[in-house]
Design a protein around this ligand. Structure first.
Ligand code: NCD
Length: 325
């Protein structure tokens, strides 16, 4: 009998990545090593390992229920580089979600298509977690509400490793809408696990003192402390309509004045420092485009690294990581 893509017994999630804590430190390191191998060999290590034939029979289904440029296209790029086929659609406008189907039911139906790997981005919520728990296909979380974005955390760690070598002791300041950011949520965990010192700067950060994270009220002071500054976008889509109006009418100007990454706020950052942002940034609001020509700015390198990390994660999800060792 064929096994069902929807679980009837205990889940085997060993090749899924839902939360960054699903990975041990050793697993994180070996994913980074594999990503570097893909980069250094320009993907030729895949063919050299005799995997091309196997990969050409694999299908990745992508389920993006929220907008995405970098994450979605870097999964697609990685799949194409590996020779995996990709199936997906514009879920927000052209799937049965428009007819009122729940995202959790859509997910169960995508699993029933029997792909080899399912890449999911969603607004998050208990119903989605319950649905994910029922799916036997390996799942890669491409962003879950404000809760987790583990593949971004891995690509950011890879970027830091490439520029800084050993990251233990490295000081990073995360700036902006930290409480609503799934990037911050996953990144803070992985940075702390690998011995980095993490600080935050932005509105509503009182809770962060208890998480072993330093809180800076002044971006200038934080930038002078940090070796790496990472900006974040304001997640207006996570606010209710009243909060959103309040932000746009009364708080936006203050946010720009205090928390925008721009040359005036980064005067204290050392010449060897790094400027990061997961993207997208809103020009003039959370990031000044002038910074793109600053030698310390690595936002496009983050995007390039994302393709290699997602390639490594696809190989792991398909159970092929060891064959490249
Ligand atoms: C982020 C996301 O979607 O969580 N972007 C990304 O994946 N690179 C950040 C954001 O949307 O602000």
């Amino acid at each position: 009998m064929m096994s069902s893509p929807v679980r009837t017994s205990a889940p085997d999630s060993s090749h899924s990545l839902i939360r960054i804590s699903d990975l041990s430190d050793i697993q994180v390191k070996s994913l980074l090593e594999l990503a570097l191998k893909l980069e250094q060999s320009k993907w030729s290590v895949v063919a050299q390992s005799g995997l091309s034939e196997k990969l050409s029979r694999k299908v990745m289904v992508e389920a993006f229920f929220e907008p995405s440029t970098r994450t979605r296209l870097s999964f697609q790029m990685a799949a194409q580089r590996l020779g995996i086929k990709v199936v997906g659609c514009d879920f927000e406008n052209a799937s049965s979600l428009v007819k009122g189907e729940a995202e959790s039911d859509t997910l169960l139906n995508l699993a029933a298509l029997n792909p080899d790997v399912l890449v999911v981005r969603s607004k998050g919520g208990e119903d989605i977690l319950t649905a994910l728990g029922k799916i036997a296909v390996p799942i890669l979380n491409a962003g879950f509400g404000s809760v987790e974005h583990p593949t971004q955390a891995l690509l950011d760690l890879l970027t830091l490793t490439k520029y800084k070598g050993e990251v233990s002791g490295l000081k990073i300041l995360i700036v902006g809408d930290v409480p609503h950011s799934r990037v911050a949520a996953s990144n803070i965990q992985i940075f702390q696990r690998f011995g980095m010192k993490v600080a935050v700067c932005g509105p509503d950060l009182d809770n962060y003192n208890s998480k072993g994270v330093e809180v800076f009220n002044s971006l200038n002071d934080g930038a002078a402390w940090a070796e790496v500054v990472m900006g974040l976008r304001i997640q207006l889509e996570r606010l209710d309509p009243k909060e959103k109006d309040e932000f746009l009418v009364t708080k936006r100007a203050n946010y720009i004045k205090n928390y925008r990454l721009d040359p005036s706020h980064l005067k204290g950052l050392s010449p060897n420092g790094l400027i990061m942002h997961p993207g997208p940034f809103v020009p003039g609001v959370d990031f000044d485009s002038e910074l793109l020509s600053d030698k310390r700015c690595v936002v496009h390198e983050q995007v390039s690294n994302g393709v290699f990390i997602r390639g490594a994660l696809l190989l792991r999800a398909l159970g092929l990581q060891k064959e490249l060792a």
